[in-house]
Design a protein around this ligand. Structure first.
Ligand SMILES: [Zn+2]
Length: 280
């Protein structure tokens, strides 16, 4: 006959290793939770340290569509981004060729300048009503196929006017297009309003070919490389000059040697937004 007392001792002795095991599990769990909380206490930017990724460069070729020689830019194998003027004789052909060659196509939208330059067809001007403004934009977008975003052609006057830029960004948001500020005036508000409107957006950092001599082209190209390395991203704009095409043919191989990746503009903007979002 077993007493209840006799049964109690062996049971409690038997329970001891289980209790020790449970205590160990709890302590391990506590250490794990503590280490997790320490990780999340670190600023998020430290999990995405600067310069940890390959620096990106986007090269946008502006002012395309007026001459047959512009088609050469669409035939090249690099991932250039091609920005085509509306209502141009070669615009549609160029955009189609570019798209078929895996290049990103943008609309290079003419906007009014401070200086009285001759206005390109479809130029957005300050004296337009909201309705006129939207009509010009819609017709311009329809004049070129495969458009994924826009940037301003000229526009040193218009890009400083927040009312007109708000009209523009509202329309682009509806059409799900991105916006690049060419920054033809330091007081432009276009990029800021694009961001406020929730568009994928960014700005031009370097003009590659304002001068076409090789010394100047080299200087600007090296400046773009330096910026990309320093900031992780750089956006350069160039134009369809034969000197520019020749320069790109002879020098783009350097990017890979310097550890820089040439990408379509929207890829750069998406990556930039991702890193900025993670850092804050
Ligand atoms: Zn332009």
């Amino acid at each position: 006959m077993k007493s209840s007392f006799g049964n109690f001792i062996p049971q409690s002795l038997y329970m001891t290793p289980i209790l020790i095991l449970l205590l160990r599990l709890f302590s391990l769990l506590a250490v794990y939770i503590l280490s997790l909380s320490q990780l999340s206490a670190q600023p998020l930017s430290s999990t995405y340290p600067e310069h940890s990724k390959t620096p990106l460069l986007a090269i946008v070729v502006d002012d395309l569509g007026n001459k047959s020689a512009d088609l050469e830019f669409a035939k090249q194998h690099w991932p250039l981004t091609l920005s085509v003027l509306p209502f141009t004789p070669y615009g549609k052909q160029l955009a189609t060729l570019a798209h078929n060659n895996n290049k990103q196509v943008m609309l290079h939208m003419p906007m009014q300048s401070i200086s009285p330059l001759p206005l390109h067809p479809g130029t957005l001007t300050l004296d337009m009503t909201h309705h006129e403004f939207d009509q010009v934009m819609i017709k311009s977008l329809a004049s070129i196929p495969f458009i994924e975003g826009i940037n301003n052609h000229q526009g040193s006057l218009l890009t400083r006017h927040s009312g007109h830029m708000k009209w523009l960004m509202t329309l682009l948001k509806k059409q799900q297009l991105f916006f690049l500020d060419s920054r033809t005036h330091a007081a432009t508000v276009a990029e800021e309003l694009a961001r406020d409107s929730g568009l994928l957006t960014g700005r031009r950092h370097v003009f590659l070919d304002n001068s076409l001599d090789s010394e100047s082209l080299n200087r600007q190209f090296n400046h773009a490389i330096k910026l990309a390395k320093k900031k992780q991203f750089a956006v350069a704009i160039c134009h369809p000059h034969k000197e520019t095409l020749q320069f790109l043919k002879q020098n783009l191989f350097q990017l890979q040697e310097q550890g820089i990746k040439l990408v379509r503009l929207s890829d750069l903007l998406l990556e930039k937004n991702h890193v900025v979002a993670k850092a804050f």
